[in-house]
Design a protein around this ligand. Sequence first.
Ligand SMILES: [Zn+2]
Length: 230
Amino acid sequence: MTKLFVIVFILCVYCFTLIRCTKHKKINEIDEATLRSEQIIVKNADEAIIELKNGNKRFLENKLINYNYKRQIELSKGRQKPYAIILSCMDSRVPPEIVFDQGIGHLFALRVAGNVEDENILGSIEYAVEHGHSKVIVVMGHSHCGAVKGSIIGTELENLTQLLDQIKPSIKAYPGTLDIVEAVSKNNVKTTIQDILKRSNFISDHVNDNKIEIVGAYYNIETGEVSFLD
Ligand SMILES: [Zn+2]
């Protein structure tokens, strides 16, 4: 009877230790992943773009590390240091934080149909640049963009018309292209970059002083891949 009691006692201790170890391992894994995602410190635009490319790679491989939102809220509640500014389309299939696997506090994300600029977008980018932590502005277009399609076919609607008019100069540059939506989307990214620099001395001065870079990118809705444009 005593022998049986000892065996049961040893088994209980073993099971208790095993459960505790497994629990600790899980907690440590989450902390390690969160820690990695929190320590995004970039010195320049090249390093910022590498971070974004690595994030998109994790997204494509389904190896996300920025999933512990509760912890990220706790750690970012007193400050934010976003290392990149992303201007992208409102398309529901192009969420910047997800396609770049970024967490809370990592990006200033601005979204508007056709990723075009206006006074409010420019003011928001100026605020983000003034904030001082971001090293790159990324203007990101995407495949199958409804705003680009609407501009090509001449869609008209109350306030939407003037928005789509902004994309029209990008259509003229690509007559006869096979995939005109892709060509116009990429050209529209370049046009938006030029317009941002033309319309905001504050931003263009920071770019000229090498305090920040502005680059174009293109998201492929069919593959999830982001390519950075020349
Ligand atoms: Zn779009």
